[in-house]
Design a binder for this molecule. Sequence first.
Ligand SMILES: Cc1ncc(COP(=O)(O)O)c(C=O)c1O
Length: 390
Amino acid sequence: MLPVSEPLLAGNELSYLRDCIVTGWISSAGSYIERFERDWAAYCGRRHGIALTSGTAALQVAVDALRLGPGDEVVMPSFTIVSCPLAVVRAGATPVLVDSEPETWCLDVDQVAAAITPRTRAIMPVHVYGHPADMDPLLELAQRHGLAVIEDAAEAHGCEYFSRRAAGWRRCGGLGTVSAFSFYANKLVTTGEGGMVLTDSDALAERCRSLRNLFFASRRFQHEDCGYNYRLTNMQAAVGVAQVERIGDMLERKRRVGARYDELLADVPGIRLPTRRQWARVNRWMYGIVLEDEIGMDAVEFAACLKAGGVDTRPFFLGMHEQPVFRARGLFEGVRLPVAERLHRRGICLPSGPTLTPAQIESVVGTVKDVVGFATQRQAMAGQRIRRRG
Ligand SMILES: Cc1ncc(COP(=O)(O)O)c(C=O)c1O
């Protein structure tokens, strides 16, 4: 079975890890933590990095750092991971969902503008599957209404956005008031599990550091607020430092995989390929395809056929407005977001890891073509039967 993604740990990971073990710096103090925070913040063009245990923790700390709470609303896409609304719900605030653009799969900026109310305190754009959200209009909206921007860049390592405001290319994660990253094993830069908040604000950075570490005050075992233990270990950070050293190579590999899929799938009927806006430099973190209606199969059946052919896939997100966990809490009742709903039912992520070889990509495409052929033939036969009966 060809997996969806495998990490590439081919640089200094082992040597830095050995260093942690030999020196005994295995916990959350140690030089690799600071180095990882500094390197990643610098790469993304930010002043501060606060390393955390996951991307989910990073979103939670970001929301908490901004002191969002009951009565506050945060506008975000429905088509994202549960970590986004969870961070808001856990703070007692309310997520307000908008639909996605059918092309980039990122939140629809016009719908964000329409969703702003006097209770809105923040916008949470998500750069979905490695395509940046259109940040300029969001930042303008935020400025006009005095809102914070929590940029979820978990899937957008190394992606860039051409900002008309800044008159230049800016790295994703370097645009919001705060940004959140995940370093889970399928991300371009991985620490196994891990995350980070980036910001330019000294005050927010200080609060994030306190939140990460149980809000210890200057006096030992005295606490000034409710914190978490979300401390990354020096060992994880050591892996992260080695990974950041090779981000250029990782990006290049991912882009090569994406470009080859673009080329080989271009003339396959019934499949919509990921787009790229002019203002975006993408990383093709997950190479997603969307099945057109002429393919008489939904994503679940299509994925099962690919699996039978030895190709593992991942489904697209199930929109947050369709999640039982939130419906049970009375959230998003009656909300219909057709783009997010369609993406979930028709979208599939193909194997996209940095270790994929050209032969493996060709083999995936061969299997995709077989399944498309089968689905089209079955659809035609069903059509004939209906006509005969008619
Ligand atoms: C967009 C997005 N945000 C947040 C997260 C949460 O990251 P983690 O799995 O590290 O908690 C993920 C995870 O993949 C993600 O895709």
